[in-house]
Design a binder for this molecule. Sequence first.
Ligand code: UDP
Length: 192
Amino acid sequence: FQTVNVLGVDFINTTNHDFLTQLKADSQANKNRFVVTANPEIVLAAKQNPQLATAIKSSDYTTADGIGIIKGAKILKTPLPERITGYDTMCALLDWANANQKRVYFLGAKPSVLADLKKKLAQNYPDLVIAGSHDGYFQDEGPIVNDIKQAKPDFVFVALGFPKQELFIANHRQVATAIWMGVGGSFDVLAG
Ligand code: UDP
């Protein structure tokens, strides 16, 4: 994708439809991918936090997740077509994973939310292969990273809030050839 720079971050210039087509192709081709869905809060935080800025730069796709980014791009006369949110992208990928026997790992949120999420997944995505899951309140990353590795997931959704989730993915994405995406509060939303 071509990109549009807003306040130092390069956003992919594409639609939800074309982005999903790309992610599905990447998954079929066994690519390792890191998706950041960035809102203005993240862009500003990256200005203060060099480690986060480096993590975002290391992503394969940074999407405009927030009307502020869309407005900023318009003002800069390099418009972006629409928002691409973590929640919408995750739900579309779950649909596809459900239909294509792809393995999904869920990392993050409170244990009770994760339990509710699994019930919702069973209802909404009955054929989904849950490769593994772990709540987001752990001390030691090592065992979690090892669990993800053993699970051999095709998709890893990480709901630790920003910037934790982006730093986690940037540091550990090599353990699984998967599409990795930080999804913020999406587990809570989907769990209802
Ligand atoms: N979260 C977590 N571990 C933490 C901090 C947050 O698993 O150490 C989870 C939290 O339970 C929620 C998600 O991260 O499910 C998103 O949190 P928040 O809404 O604060 O982040 P944002 O949506 O602003 O990225």
